[in-house]
Design a protein around this ligand. Structure first.
Ligand code: CP
Length: 307
């Protein structure tokens, strides 16, 4: 039985296969409509979510399966003190696969060790968000036609942004990927990513504070929100929250074939006037997230695929 805790749980070859399957699902969704007719997905969300939970649920429904779960710790027996390990043992009796989001780093891993069903990390604290990374990889590959030879700018909260951490770890495995890490001093990338992931693998990267300086060289701009829920005091959040605002004027500095991605939710970091720019790909990215989660469910459940 396989779980997904980090994008590195799949080799590059396995990822290629998964993304190819997601591609085919996007082109021929009806072909997969009954592949999970007898399966159930549990969504155990101890932290708020719109996209990840609903896209998992939509993915399972698109495959013919059923869904059950909770969308906040308060509405589960976690509020009475039940451990994640006990919860997953119980849920293993109700479902065939589970997606778990938790504010504590490592909680889905703890669940996976006690589980009789595959567990998918749907975001754990400021640590990892592997299914967002699968979504991001599919989006980049679909829009640019490649994952090698790209220069990607990651902008915003690089310190707490789990989507950024997961995406860097996944992209360093491709050839000639260059990173431009754009953040205020206080929200720079954690040292374990800088030292153990980037420097140790001899990956080319620069750290910048000004988005305007970085824009002209990018193939992809990955914007992120400054995450209020990760700050210990409100004053720091207020000081940081509007540090970057991508607007039409800044987009004039960007190449014509650069795409803007964002894991969403957005707050102020991308002005709504940018939404109509053909380079704005963040709502397309949401659709790719459904296809890739369908592919992931089929893969982890080892479902026989239709011809
Ligand atoms: N991208 C993402 O994780 O969004 P949600 O928090 O709405 O799930």
């Amino acid at each position: 039985m396989r779980h997904l805790m980090s994008p590195l749980d799949f080799s590059v070859e396995e990822l290629e296969k998964l993304l190819n399957l997601a591609d085919d699902i996007g082109k021929n969704p009806k072909k997969y409509a009954h592949t999970c007719d007898d399966k159930r997905l549990a969504t155990l969300f101890y932290e708020p979510s719109t996209r990840t939970r609903l896209s998992f649920e939509a993915a399972m429904m698109n495959l013919g399966g059923k869904v059950l779960g909770f969308s906040s710790a308060d509405s589960s027996s976690a509020s009475k003190g039940e451990s994640v390990a006990d919860t997953i043992r119980v849920v293993s009796c109700y479902a065939d696969i589970c997606a778990m989001r938790h504010p504590k780093e490592g909680a889905p891993l703890v669940a996976s060790m006690a589980s009789n069903i595959p567990v998918i990390n749907a975001g754990d604290g400021g640590h990892q968000h592997p299914t967002q990374t699968l979504t991001d990889l599919l989006t980049i590959r679909s829009l640019k036609g490649r994952l090698d030879n790209i220069t990607i700018g990651l902008c915003g909260d690089l310190k707490f942004g789990r989507t950024v951490h997961s995406l860097i770890e996944a992209l360093v495995r491709y050839e000639n990927v260059k990173f431009v890490l754009i953040s205020p001093e206080e929200l720079r990338i954690p040292s374990y990513i800088r030292e153990d992931v980037l420097k140790r693998n001899n990956i080319e990267f620069v750290e910048e504070e000004r988005l305007e300086d970085a824009l002209p060289a990018l193939d992809i701009l990955y914007m992120t929100r400054v995450q209020k829920e990760r700050f210990f005091n409100e004053e720091d959040y207020i000081r940081m929250k509007d540090f970057y605002v991508l607007d039409k004027q800044k987009m004039e500095l960007a190449p014509k074939d650069m795409y803007i991605l964002h894991p969403l939710p957005r707050v102020n970091e991308i002005s709504v006037e940018v939404d109509s720019d053909p380079r704005a790909a963040y709502f397309k990215q949401v659709q790719y997230g459904v296809y890739v989660r369908m592919a992931l469910i089929l893969t982890l459940l080892e479902v026989e695929l239709p011809c």
